[in-house]
Design a protein around this ligand. Structure first.
Ligand SMILES: Cc1cc2nc3c(=O)[nH]c(=O)nc-3n(C[C@H](O)[C@H](O)[C@H](O)COP(=O)(O)OP(=O)(O)OC[C@H]3O[C@@H](n4cnc5c(N)ncnc54)[C@H](O)[C@@H]3O)c2cc1C
Length: 464
């Protein structure tokens, strides 16, 4: 823990939270202001990086939080470029992924976007849905315009147009894989804004997606990429650039106070005064810090729900396993009633993990409404994962090393009303002044969205 013996030290911008959002905000501020930036980043955890965590398993770097990011995300690519990490960006091995449906692994059909079918032929051939389910999906082409509320759920947007099978066996697993959420509660406007905009502008979603795809230039490269050595490389590079002395781990903030000139922040090691305060912590943690100062704002922040998730990575000797299907892994729809939510064979997916001797299989566990794993010991969780791997992939071998990562309150849910809530939050934050909220809870729950928001906060602080 950092200690400065009750002297008040000062900094221009104090960032609470040294996850990717806090570190990225510091990065963009330093790029805009140079040495004048005077940034300090605090984190209560002894480890910086937040959800980014690269651990060693069987001697290989395994990401137990995010392991990929959108390759075409402008601000994130700018940050990676400025850190000199462009040559470390890696693409997954080719091969695609599957959905476990109707007792088998079925390839995710070509053209599916956010789980919505873009082409009926590949959907039929994948056998992911019954023939009746594919026929029902095709009815979107002839159905009259749907009338929806201003802020419909993803389920309300999809089900009336494509039917229950598309919803259960494509949308649920694909959205569940990213947001761990229940599409019946997630706001389409905030979770899949592109699809919501298309649905508003046109009668048939299927025909609109098909014509957009035909007109769009074929994108070069993989849509999702990673960093050789794991995402921890990104965190290390950010801390090195910001300066290890300015990133203080193990420093719990006990209170934030608005002063005439800015802020006074209390920690067990002493007090820090700052002109600008950035809260780059989860919404519920921001709610705790702001409660005495702004109870209404705090209650809005507390209204953003989170889902608990976990994952278990198992290391096997390659010669103990049956041959895995080509590709990189699969997702499991809730209707299949399994324990795991999805599974990646990491050593097939990422070039820096490819290995002749070891097979690493990471299984994701937990989604909205499924908290079975929370009461399990690590051993019980691994046994439940192994039971699914045995039933689904025929893997009965004993792993020689395992790692369980628990992420309680990990994934913010953009539920119906999220956009209105953000407007209220923005107004109340502006009233307080010199306060900035950023992070996965607000306008983009992945790394790309966090980078975009971090750059916007740096712009606002720079403009003054
Ligand atoms: C299992 C999993 C897999 C994911 N996979 C992907 C992926 O492949 N691609 C992708 O783009 N996104 C992915 N995400 C989402 C991605 O991890 C997040 O978007 C991103 O890491 C959020 O960063 P953040 O800094 O906003 O929040 P966090 O990483 O949660 O950081 C917040 C920080 O605030 C600190 N903190 C909290 N309270 C206090 C306090 N009172 N005082 C001081 N510090 C405090 C915490 O210790 C933490 O370090 C995944 C998330 C999870 C959980």
């Amino acid at each position: 823990m950092a200690r400065w013996d009750n002297e008040v030290v000062s900094t221009s911008t104090l960032i609470i939270g040294a996850g990717f959002s806090g570190l990225a905000t510091a990065h963009f501020l330093m790029r805009r202001l140079g040495p004048e930036a005077h940034v300090t980043v605090l984190d209560s955890s002894p480890r910086v990086g937040g959800k980014i965590n690269t651990v060693r398993l069987a001697g290989l770097p395994v990401d137990t939080g995010p392991d990929a990011f959108l390759s075409r995300a402008a601000e994130l690519r700018e940050l990676i470029d400025e850190l000199g990490l462009n040559s470390d960006v890696i693409e997954p091995q080719p091969g695609g992924a599957y959905i476990w449906s109707r007792g088998k692994l079925r390839p995710i059909p070509d053209g599916a976007s956010f789980g919505l079918p873009g082409r009926l032929g590949p959907l039929l051939r994948s056998r992911l849905l019954s023939p009746a389910g594919v026929a029902r999906a095709g009815m979107d082409i002839v159905l009259p315009t749907s009338h929806r509320s201003q802020d419909p759920s993803v389920a309300d947007l999809v089900r009336p147009r494509f039917g229950s099978e598309v919803y259960d066996r494509l949308v649920e697993p694909l959205l569940g894989g990213v947001h761990a959420g229940d599409p019946a509660r997630l706001s389409a406007k905030s979770t899949v804004p592109e699809i919501k905009a298309m649905a508003e502008a046109h009668r048939s979603l299927y025909l609109t997606m098909r014509s957009r795809r035909a007109q769009a230039p074929k994108p070069a490269g993989a849509p999702l990429v990673s960093i050789a050595g794991g995402m921890g490389v990104l965190v290390d590079a950010l801390v090195k650039e910001i300066s290890p002395q300015a990133v203080l781990a193990g420093t719990e903030v006990s209170g934030v106070e608005r002063t005439g000139a800015g802020w006074c922040i209390s920690t067990a090691g002493g007090r820090i005064s700052a002109e600008e305060l950035v809260l780059a912590v989860p919404a519920y943690a921001a709610a705790d810090l702001l409660e005495p100062l702004a109870p209404e704002l705090s209650s809005e922040l507390r209204g953003i729900p989170y889902v608990d998730v976990a994952n278990a990575t198992l290391a096997f000797r390659a010669h103990d396993l049956p041959e895995l299907p080509p590709g990189t892994g699969f997702l499991v729809p809730p209707v299949e009633d399994r324990f795991i939510v999805g599974c990646t064979w990491l050593t097939n997916k990422w070039p820096h993990l490819v290995n002749d001797d070891v097979v690493l299989i990471k299984s994701m566990v937990g989604r909205a409404g499924d908290r079975r794993w929370l009461t399990m010991s690590d051993e019980q969780l691994i046994e439940a994962v192994r039971a699914d791997l045995s039933g689904m992939l025929g893997i009965d071998a004993q792993p020689f090393e395992t790692f369980v990562q628990r992420w309680p309150k990990a994934i913010p849910q953009y539920v119906i009303g999220h956009a209105d809530r953000l407007e209220t939050i923005d107004r109340q934050v502006a009233d307080i002044g010199r306060l900035h909220l950023t992070g996965a809870a607000y306008r983009g729950s992945g790394l790309a969205g966090c980078a975009t928001q971090a750059a916007a906060v740096a712009d606002r602080i720079t403009r003054g």
